[in-house]
Design a protein around this ligand. Structure first.
Ligand SMILES: [Zn+2]
Length: 277
């Protein structure tokens, strides 16, 4: 039993480590028409489902602990194995229940500078809103995916690169203006630097979310959960969401049937790999 838990994640991810042009560490699965229409139908069905009343706080917290006990060792082993060549990576994730944020949310962050002390946070409304263990397992796996994909580091690098590029363009433009005897406004450079940073972040966020969905699906599956069932959380009807879209899970994780398609396609890949063994 021990052996299978520790070996399966490596097998599931073995052939996926490849540097890709869009900055992800792993190749995303191809979504063919059959998968796309399956995702679309599933998304519509899940969206049309009746709104349930939230679970009690105690049962939500119990569910989180129950699922985390199974996800955590799988995800940590995977992190240590996949990122073993990167001595900067800290795979000891602390799981937190965020009791302050009043909206449904789950997020990944670092608790210390230098990308140390990785943390995953689930808010109370998120725990109470989950319909089943598969949803919590998938979302928890997804948050670990941001660690495995090194998304915060890459986002910072991208933002910096974008800022440097636009800063250089603005500086060049200002130098041209100055040499032509025109008015030189130093604030232009500052503004361009901020704009460049924002653009760099935004251009990568969707790709990183999909990569996290793929990794989350693999982690949840390796821990014995059903990621396709879990990912239907994305299709939850509008009325079940918080009015405060900015702070909620949907503020940073837009509902999108493509995400469900990535999870379905990932599961098909896993089945194919298992058949080949
Ligand atoms: Zn995410």
């Amino acid at each position: 039993m021990q052996i299978s838990v520790f070996r399966r994640p490596a097998l599931l991810l073995a052939s996926f480590l490849a540097l890709t042009a869009c900055g992800t560490s792993y190749q995303l699965p191809v979504i063919d028409n059959a998968v796309a229409s399956e995702a679309s139908a599933m998304f519509d069905t899940a969206q049309a489902a009746e709104t349930r009343s939230p679970a009690s706080l105690q049962s939500g917290v119990n569910r989180f602990r129950r699922v985390a006990r199974r996800i955590e060792p799988v995800a940590r082993t995977l992190c240590e194995r996949e990122l073993q060549n990167n001595s900067d990576v800290d795979c000891n994730v602390t799981l937190h229940i965020d009791t302050e944020m009043p909206v449904r949310n789950a997020y990944f962050s670092y608790g210390a500078p230098g990308y140390r002390n990785p943390e995953v946070h689930f808010t109370i409304p998120m725990l109470r809103d989950a319909a089943n263990d598969d949803e919590i397992a998938f979302i928890l796996g997804h948050e670990y995916g941001h660690l495995l994909g090194q998304h915060i580091q890459k986002g910072d690098q991208q933002a910096l690169a974008g800022a440097i590029l636009l800063g250089a363009i603005a500086a060049y433009g200002n130098a041209q203006a100055a040499s032509a005897g025109q008015y030189y406004d130093p604030n232009d450079v500052t503004r361009a630097v901020h704009l460049g940073g924002a653009l760099g972040q935004r251009a990568f966020s969707q790709t990183y979310e999909l990569e996290s969905d793929m990794l989350g699906a693999r982690i949840a599956a390796a821990a014995g959960y059903d990621p396709v069932r879990g990912a239907q959380y994305f299709a939850r009807g509008e009325s079940a969401r918080s009015a405060n879209g900015k702070l909620s899970f949907w503020g940073t994780h837009p509902p999108d049937e493509k995400r469900l398609a990535v999870v379905i396609a990932t599961m098909e890949q896993i089945r194919q790999q298992q058949n080949q063994q």
